[in-house]
Design a protein around this ligand. Structure first.
Ligand SMILES: [Cu+2]
Length: 97
């Protein structure tokens, strides 16, 4: 019973994260660790290197990074990991198509 529930959750997760057609997606990440003018540059550079990322806007005042990416080539997890690798932990604050 428990196993079955886990599988249906997985199926749901796969269905929602793998759309049939690739479309640019935009996600906003909260990057609380940005605290000086150099930080957004570092974050933007790191995210910009991820294959599939089309555009990165970093707002130091709001401590947010808005990333537009091709969801057939990368995903939010990869963006979070990249920010982490650059030295900034981040969380998703919102996303839109
Ligand atoms: Cu800094």
């Amino acid at each position: 019973m428990k196993k079955r529930l886990a599988w249906s959750c997985l199926a749901l997760a796969l269905a929602s994260s793998a759309p049939a057609t690739a479309a640019p997606k935009t996600v906003t990440l909260a990057v609380p660790g940005m605290n000086c003018a150099a930080c957004p540059i570092t974050v933007k550079k790191a995210l910009g290197k991820v294959p599939g990322v089309a555009k990165t806007d970093v707002n130091l005042d709001k401590r947010e990074a808005t990333v537009t990416f091709d969801d057939a080539r990368t995903d939010v997890q990869a963006l979070l990991r990249t920010a982490q690798d650059a030295g900034y932990s981040s969380t998703v604050v919102g996303s839109a198509k």
